[in-house]
Design a protein around this ligand. Sequence first.
Ligand SMILES: Nc1ncnc2c1ncn2[C@@H]1O[C@H](COP(=O)(O)OP(=O)(O)OP(=O)(O)O)[C@@H](O)[C@H]1O
Ligand SMILES: [Mg+2]
Length: 122
Amino acid sequence: MIANDIEAGDVIALLGDLGTGKTALTGYIAEGLGVKENVSSPTFTIVKEYKSGRLPLYHYDVYRLSNGDELLDTGAEDYLSGEGVCIIEWADIVADVLPEESVIIKIEYGEKEDERIVTIEQ
Ligand SMILES: Nc1ncnc2c1ncn2[C@@H]1O[C@H](COP(=O)(O)OP(=O)(O)OP(=O)(O)O)[C@@H](O)[C@H]1O
Ligand SMILES: [Mg+2]
């Protein structure tokens, strides 16, 4: 699974419309990292930290931000290049400040209600 390949300093950019499952996918990756807490949406705090796994996980939801500079204003730079892993929901909003080597995971609705198409670019 994805979580086994994740290394310190990795950034995972999640793209996908409302409700496609970005938070749910973050939860699965967190579980794979050994995070014990349940992952919930950090919409109102921009970032939530989980320290109980193999690597520190910083889960961002930048839905309420307008651009990458606002993300940097929160002090994100240290995390983006740090010893933890960043997973960022709505990453297209802040794409201008994400590292070039970020892994991009795109989730789209499929034809059926419970169908999702997941594309990973590395
Ligand atoms: N794999 C799945 N199986 C079943 N239900 C799911 C799955 N993934 C997500 N859901 C359900 O879909 C809803 C939205 O999921 P989630 O919050 O993960 O989406 P999101 O993309 O993070 O949404 P937002 O755009 O609001 O951040 C939730 O009610 C969740 O329980
Ligand atoms: Mg979400």
